[in-house]
Design a protein around this ligand. Sequence first.
Ligand code: SAM
Ligand code: SF4
Length: 473
Amino acid sequence: MTFVPSDGQRKRVFIRTYGCQMNVYDSDRMADVLRPLGYALSNSPAEADLVVLNTCHIREHASEKVYSELGRLRDEKLERRAAGRDLTIAVAGCVAQAEGEEILRRQPAVDIVVGPQAYHRLPQLLAEAERKAAIRRAGKRLPGAGVLDTDFPAESKFDHLPSPQGVRAGSAFLSIQEGCDKFCTFCVVPYTRGAEYSRPVAAVLAEARQLVEAGAIEITLLGQNVNAYHGEAAPSSIGGSTWSLASLIRALAEIDGVARIRYPTSHPRDMDEELIAVHGDVPQLMPYLHLPVQSGSDRILEAMNRRHGRDLFLRLVERLRECRPDLALSTDFIVGFPGESDADFDHTMRLVGEVGFASAFSFKYSRRPGTPGSAMPDQVPENVKAARLAALQTLLGQQARDFNLSKVGATAPVLFAEAGRKPGQIVGKTPWLQSVYADGDPRLIGHIVDVRLTEGHANSLAGEIASLCEAAA
Ligand code: SAM
Ligand code: SF4
């Protein structure tokens, strides 16, 4: 069914990415896998021969969006068929993993369902989809139209992927770890991404060097719990035969050209002293840490199987701030987990007051089929969840604004990433991951530039370019 244009044009693929940065990374890697097959990236499904929806299953709302999009794509496919052309539809990512066959049953227009551990096999899956399409075009009946691959293969997909090409404006994602063994009772990740796996040190460092050669000056290390990293290394290496995230960050900082290192999404239980120390003494590690706490109530944290209490979290914050006083802390909260009382929620609000977050993500608990939380009694009514979320977000919003305002008057190095909405404007990130808007030459995109911060808002800062820290091309 893959449409091969007769005039020798390249085929086009449109990849829509839902959810987290892991999915952004996976989408880039799928594009890398498809490139040798002749697929160029398209900006719209209307111009594409192949559409890939790289999906997220973390909350119900996220997976329902996928089915609405599939309905629109089915209509597009039918229109094209009437005009003698075709459209191949693939569903990738965590909804593909969690729902598998169910997707093909609910939406028969789907040709391929591929889980997050199997996308290196896209070429074979496309060939199989094409073979089935040819049989159908010949008027023969086929039991089971779509092609499905949701295995967790024994071999790592990372060993089968081509070199990464995904450097955008000096910044690149590097996946170092995948899956999770923690089984928080609200979370689908251990089921959709599988057991925790850390890539070997040599592979990570080699990919980092390739990214730097391709123009990256900022590397963001990705994983479901990046600080659970424990990668195999040569037994004779200084960090020992298994490296922690701390050793890996130290080695990455040694690579010439790496100006910024980040790692989002870490678990409080995996935040050890060695890693805390790295925040104090590796200047390339940016002073920003995303450390999800989920709740301020010990009772709820235990029901969530988080394996940390409120005190451990507060102690970590204290130690981190001792090592890196300007550290911007970010976190995740879930409100309305089963059994959460007003008193539990009050503990969450008090924890926010005690810590003072620079930014945060907060969500209403979403019941995910197959997770222990979905079967727990005392599910919290939607209206209670909504009221708690509104109160929490008001407080977090004030803290984010205060944090931005605290930087006004300072000069900060900003890595410019893209053009702003207004003409002449460019947008970038401070070391603390705040968005900064400034008037500037678009050639500064991809470079780190000193910016005087002049205004602070809820979600961003405005600034004026002060000087170039690093020569622009
Ligand atoms: N590994 C990280 C940690 O230990 O907290 C979080 C990764 S998870 C993919 C991202 C965030 O989604 C979580 O921190 C949580 O706040 C939110 N999340 C996960 N499952 C959820 C659910 N069932 N309902 C609401 N939010 C959820
Ligand atoms: Fe999900 Fe994070 Fe818990 Fe793992 S540690 S189960 S990814 S919330």
